[in-house]
Design a protein around this ligand. Structure first.
Ligand SMILES: [Zn+2]
Ligand SMILES: [Zn+2]
Length: 335
């Protein structure tokens, strides 16, 4: 293989590192996989060997009940994966354990970001800007309309709603991996130390975060509340799917909130019956995407996993080489 970067090949179901025969975030089981983070669209079960950070492997073990073939790699540690290719995991700032993967072969450096954000998050290590030749970036929120406000503003809105309606509770829809823990940690940082009540689906992941050193304060299960009355004036966190189902009937007059980058789009909030949209995302917004490409300053940017066209156009206007990849199967479990 003599052509530059011929060793790294984007296929429809993942990125293939040809000389090592290893796949990055493959969407179906393979003999050997590198996994950027624990969200289901990146971390599938059933690979022969899974190389990932210890926290990502713990999340996968929790979800798939197996640790077979798990190879832990710490942030900053470089491992040889065969075929003369070295892999290094670097923090991506997305969720606990999330990593960008730096691949080096024959003097060429490629970074696959997985999902990432630049806003600081008390529940995970911050994104590390690292020079490379090819930067493969996600583009979930790759349109200029997507700007995520500082999370403190959204947390203030949430606490205001709680205090304005002391006879209700505020039910926050948040994904079980990452978003829920970040919202809880930010509430604690804002001085809210009351019990936060959880849907049962949140419990194991919150415990896993605490085992990895992320303090979340007093958490209790809604199913353990002595009565509905105990939930008045409280925050309840549940998966988005539970917002409008039968489960929420046990709550006292809930104000329905949802923490997601898509809450920027009014129609999405309305569709879900969300009264209090909270624009909180674990992905880079438009400004973070363009800022990151400028800071990393790669020779070439490959764009995937979302709205590629606008970012491609931005690269062209800024005299940056870029191409859009057509990977499939990456849905926003984690927006
Ligand atoms: Zn993700
Ligand atoms: Zn993703």
């Amino acid at each position: 293989m003599t052509a530059p970067f011929a060793w790294i090949r984007p296929e429809s179901h993942g990125i293939h590192i040809v000389p090592a025969d290893v796949w990055v975030d493959p969407s179906h089981p393979v003999p050997r996989a590198l996994v950027t983070h624990g969200h289901a669209d990146h971390a599938r079960g059933g690979h022969g060997t899974t190389i990932a950070t210890p926290a990502t492997l713990a999340i996968m073990e929790l979800r798939y009940q197996t640790r077979e073939g798990a190879v832990p790699v710490e942030y900053g540690e470089s491992v040889s994966i065969g075929g003369g290719v070295t892999a290094t995991f670097l923090p991506a700032g997305h969720v606990l354990g999330s990593a960008q993967i730096l691949l080096e072969h024959a003097g060429e450096r490629v970074i696959i970001t997985g999902d990432y954000k630049r806003a600081l998050d008390p529940t995970c290590a911050p994104f590390q800007v690292t020079p490379c030749d090819i930067f493969i970036t996600e583009a979930t929120f790759g349109l200029p309309v997507f700007t995520h406000p500082p999370i403190r503003e959204e947390i203030t809105k949430l606490l205001k709603s709680l205090h304005d309606e002391p006879e209700s509770c505020v039910l926050v829809g948040a994904y079980a991996l990452g978003k829920a823990q970040r919202v809880i940690a930010e509430l604690r940082a804002a001085g809210h130390h009351d019990t936060i009540w959880l849907h049962g689906a949140m419990e194991a992941m919150c415990r896993l975060y605490e085992e990895h050193g992320v303090a979340l304060g007093d958490l209790r299960l809604v199913s353990d509340a002595p009565s509905k009355e105990d939930l008045r004036g409280s925050i309840v966190i549940a998966p988005p799917s539970a917002l409008n189902d039968r489960w929420s009937r046990r709550l006292p007059d809930p104000v329905t909130a949802m923490a997601s980058g898509w809450m920027r789009v009014r129609g999405r909030a309305r569709q879900r019956g969300v009264e209090l949209p909270l624009v909180i995302s674990d992905h880079a917004d438009w400004n973070e995407l363009t800022q990151t490409i400028a800071e990393v300053n790669p020779h070439e940017t490959w764009i995937t996993h979302g709205r590629e066209e606008a970012l491609l156009r931005w690269c062209e206007l800024n005299q940056r080489r870029a191409r859009a990849l057509a990977l499939v199967g990456y849905e926003d479990e984690d927006d």
